[in-house]
Design a protein around this ligand. Structure first.
Ligand code: ATP
Ligand code: MG
Length: 500
């Protein structure tokens, strides 16, 4: 059972009690303690009002909202978390007992009402598993650190539901989702994170109330959606959004692939393949998982023909634009959007060890950036496994990783050339201007083709030759060497594989 509550949490409980108030650890952290999981955050509920809580922790507490939650700063004790690595202290949230009044906009309570009893506070909580409270039980003995004993307050059968892995609302699910539609997303998020089933009546109520999700602020939906994607069962989460009728309001673009067949390279429909790619994605990164889910997002609209010879030309590039639109609407950060876009845009990269040499690998690295290549390979693995291909990492991809390692020190940017603009100005006696950049671009294109050419003397000699050409010619040469070669390859891929 409850084995350990961190000292800082116990100290906060004890201080509030010493001041003559009730105090309980409450909500998700009690659920996590029962499941022997590390809680994400620690919440305490009390009958002390925010001003009283501030007085109990002078200097170490702050009250910056209207919902009765005071943050109490304590020594760091929560396991390092990438999102919060720069924190100096941890914060335990102490919230006054509340009962929720009317939600006229289905979004937030009109005003916060404080409650007198723990019972009232527990009744406003979303799910039975989240409506548990834990108190230090004195049992006549002194409570300090290890000697503490705990007593659970469980008014809605939450412990039993945790044991049976069931997500069930406190009270009537239709009323509870009508009050706050975000709870529907939370139910699905917990389904994905904890692997619990959503109880039948609760699921029915989500189906019935799904359209109200449109009333919820996008940021809040995004937070839950990101948690689903980062959970242990992201594919189950997204598929549950679909089954429960939520997905059509949040990401209708994914619904377009439902029931749409592909061609002879695929056994799954577009929607099923997207879910499977997410399920099989080997990366834990948000961006790569999102790219796995969305890589074929534009297949429905680019599909030409039917049956086993259907094609999806350009679905990668169209998809990059569609995914940008979706993630912008969902209010993801620009960094996340750009990364997912890049991965989707390039997911059709061609690689076959028998035909593709080092130069193509360097071109791929130049195009997507060395820092993104591993993620692009992970996306390809997700794509392949998600289409029912038996081999996890075909030797082709293993070979590509080896090639990347091999060429990773080769020059793929002008900065990595053995000469620079100053060398050109001195060596060729030319003035600063666009011609220098153009010559360097041609040199880079040639070095990408043949890495042995990245030699100072050779490059200077070659630069002298190039200096006799005019600017327009030089620009065309650089372009031809890099981009048109790439296009040639693209055509080749499409010819050979006519787009998976
Ligand atoms: P986690 O911290 O792992 O995301 P959690 O259950 O602790 O999960 P929080 O968002 O931290 O979730 O909320 C803490 C508690 O507050 C919940 O366990 C629940 O009791 C209550 N709660 C949070 N959001 C709602 C809501 N929309 N409706 C009702 N109760 C809620
Ligand atoms: Mg929590």
């Amino acid at each position: 059972m409850i084995k350990k509550i961190p000292k800082p949490a116990i100290e906060v409980l004890e201080k509030i009690e010493k001041a003559g108030f009730e105090a309980y650890v409450v909500g998700g952290c009690v659920r996590d303690l029962i499941m022997e999981k590390e809680p994400r955050d620690w919440d305490i509920t009390t009958n002390a009002k925010p001003e009283e809580v501030l007085k109990i922790f002078p200097g170490d507490s702050f009250y910056e909202n209207k919902f009765g939650t005071v943050g109490v700063k304590v020594e760091k004790f929560i396991d390092s978390d990438t999102l919060r690595d720069d924190r100096e202290k941890d914060v335990i949230e102490v919230t006054t007992f509340r009962i929720e009044s009317k939600y006229s906009d289905r979004r937030r309570p009109d005003k916060v009402k404080f409650a007198k009893t723990l019972e009232e506070d527990l009744s406003r909580r979303d799910f039975t598993m989240n409506a548990l409270a834990l108190k230090i039980s004195n049992d006549g003995q002194k409570t300090s650190g290890k000697k503490s004993k705990f007593k659970i307050v469980d008014l809605y059968g939450g412990e039993k539901d945790i044991k049976n892995k069931i997500i069930k609302t406190v009270g009537d699910p239709n009323e509870r989702f009508d009050e706050d539609a975000l709870r529907m997303m939370r139910a699905i998020r917990f389904h994905a994170e904890l692997g619990f089933e959503i109880e039948k009546k609760t699921l029915e109520a989500i189906k019935k109330n799904s359209k109200w999700i449109g009333h919820i602020a996008m940021e809040r939906i995004k937070d839950e959606f990101a948690k689903i994607i980062l959970s242990d069962n992201p594919a189950d989460g997204v598929d549950m959004m679909h089954k429960a009728g939520i997905l059509q309001y949040v990401i209708p673009e994914l619904e377009r692939g439902v029931g749409v067949s592909q061609n002879r390279h695929h056994i799954y429909t577009i929607y099923k393949h997207s879910i499977m790619a997410l399920r099989k994605c080997p990366s834990k990164k948000l961006e790569v998982r999102l790219a796995a889910l969305f890589h074929d997002i534009a297949k429905p609209q680019t599909k030409r023909g039917e049956g086993e010879f259907a094609t999806f030309y350009n679905h990668d590039h169209v998809g990059a634009r569609v995914v940008e639109k979706i993630l912008t609407r969902l209010k993801f950060s620009n960094d996340v959007i750009q990364k997912v876009k890049l991965l989707v845009d390039n997911h059709m990269f061609y690689y076959n060890p028998d035909e593709v040499g080092e130069a193509s690998v360097r071109r791929l690295i130049k195009k997507v950036g060395l820092e993104n290549v591993k993620d692009l390979i992970d996306l390809r693995i997700a794509d392949r496994l998600g289409s029912g291909t038996p081999k996890a990492k075909p030797y082709k991809l293993r070979h590509l990783e080896y090639m990347i390692e091999k060429v990773s020190h080769d020059a793929i940017s002008v900065k990595m050339l053995k000469i620079n603009g100053n060398d050109l100005m001195k060596g060729l006696g030319i003035k600063p201007g666009p011609k220098i950049g153009a010559i360097l671009d041609v040199l880079l294109a040639e070095v990408i083709e043949d890495a042995s050419k990245n030699d100072r003397e050779y490059l200077l000699a070659r630069a002298k030759e190039l200096n006799t050409e005019d600017l327009v010619k030089l620009r065309t040469m650089a372009k031809e060497k890099i981009e048109e070669k790439k296009e040639e390859e693209d055509k080749e891929i499409k010819g050979k594989h006519w787009v998976k």
